[in-house]
Write a protein that binds this ligand. Structure first.
Ligand SMILES: C[S@@+](CC[C@H](N)C(=O)[O-])C[C@H]1O[C@@H](n2cnc3c(N)ncnc32)[C@H](O)[C@@H]1O
Length: 370
């Protein structure tokens, strides 16, 4: 029955006659125009992204953070002709990145201002040039699943048989990107699940330590260990020393799928890890964690998830295709993650609400008895 109704709706929506009628009739006109706009935005999304990239590369938001400025000043500061500056600013105004201000000046718009407050997003936008290249023929990407993509080279562990042998030069760019985008995530996860009842955290795949350092800074008695590839763990130890918390925090190197994990933690975290691994590797990590974690321990799984209400395109379209280009992994629903957890020996899992579920959601899992 529902299928028949949906088919009828689609036949109507696809009919040029219906479309003409819907836009002419005053009561359906707003709906028809909203739908036309949504479709246009889908067609033109890549143009909007490239305008944003131009703003970021030209450091327009940093320049505007000094205060509203005239077209002439901006033209000089951006090293663009007057015409090109006007074109960029007009486009940026339409995208709410920039606002028109009094005396023919331009200032930060609401989205430009929001972006300025989060350096990680600007780095991500520049990083997207790699994804943009990999997506130029999306059908080939779907059909051939090429292994030599720009993203698979960037995320060096993605295609490596022995990721634990990767040298610093291969891990430093992705580690810096992850670290820059970790602050918001850590704050959200640690607010949703304060670690105050725990004494020892093991952050598996913890990168150069941003999450572990944030946790240990919030909870002064907490000990924290990062487990990551050897070259990454070395970077984590250096950052922990810089943060002055080496007495409570350390990092150990190895392959989290197969090497023994450090013992003794009563809470283990996996932040943005499982989604970039296929099921067999994800299961191997979870089983490895289960072997290490005591029966009374807790596992936290934090990542963006498929089917997140209100953020469906972020999990399913963005991460779906990002991970396709990277060559492994997929976004999973909370239920799919729950199933993997069950297969790895965790019996109960619940979700803890995060503030920004579009960036990360959180599952708190407890082991089944051994
Ligand atoms: C997407 S990053 C996430 C880093 C960090 N948890 C965060 O959210 O910022 C994935 C991390 O997993 C690590 N990793 C990938 N494969 C690994 C493996 N087989 N063994 C150990 N670490 C691995 C990478 O080095 C990287 O630091």
């Amino acid at each position: 029955m529902i299928d028949r109704l949906l088919d009828l709706r689609n036949r109507l929506l696809a009919s040029p006659r219906f479309q003409r009628w819907a836009v002419a009739f005053p009561l359906t006109r707003p709906i028809a125009n909203r739908r036309a706009r949504a479709l246009f935005d889908l067609c033109a999304g890549f143009v909007y992204s490239q305008i944003l990239l131009a703003c970021v590369k030209l450091r327009l938001f940093d320049i505007l953070s000094e205060g509203p400025q005239t077209l002439d000043t901006l033209s000089r500061r951006l090293s663009l002709s007057g015409d090109a500056t006007a074109r960029l600013l007009t486009a940026a105004v339409s995208l709410q990145l920039v606002d028109r201000r009094s005396q023919e000046r331009f200032g930060l718009g609401p989205l430009g201002a929001a972006l300025l407050g989060n350096g990680g997003v600007a780095q991500m936008i520049e990083h997207h040039t790699l994804l943009y290249g990999d997506l130029h023929d999306p059908v080939a990407l779907l059909r051939e699943a090429p292994t030599d993509t720009a993203l698979s080279r960037f995320w060096a562990y993605a295609g490596a048989d022995r990721p634990d042998t990767l040298e610093t030069a291969r891990i430093s760019d992705y580690s810096a990107l992850m670290s820059a985008s970790q602050a918001l995530i850590a704050d959200d996860v640690l607010s949703a699940y304060p670690l105050t009842r725990h004494r020892s955290l093991l952050d598996v795949g913890g990168g150069t330590g941003a999450f572990a350092i944030a946790a240990a800074t919030r909870v002064p008695e907490l000990r924290a260990t990062v487990f990551d590839l050897p070259a990454v763990a070395e970077g984590a130890r250096a950052r922990m020393a810089d943060a002055g918390i080496s007495d409570r925090c350390t990092a150990v190197g190895g392959d989290f799928r197969s090497d023994p994990l450090p013992e003794g933690a009563d809470v283990i975290s996996l932040v943005r890890i499982l989604h970039d691994h296929n099921d067999d590797d994800a299961l191997a990590v979870l089983k490895n964690i289960r072997r290490t974690l005591s029966d009374h321990g807790t596992l936290l799984v934090a990542e963006p998830m498929s089917g997140t209400q209100g953020a469906e395109p972020i999990g399913d379209a963005y991460f779906g295709f990002y991970l396709l280009a990277m060559g492994r992994g997929r976004p999973r629903t909370a239920e799919e993650l729950g199933e993997l957890l069950r297969m790895a020996g965790f019996e109960s899992s619940r979700q803890a609400a995060t503030r920004a579920p579009l960036l990360t959601r959180l599952i708190v899992a407890k082991p089944a008895g051994k």
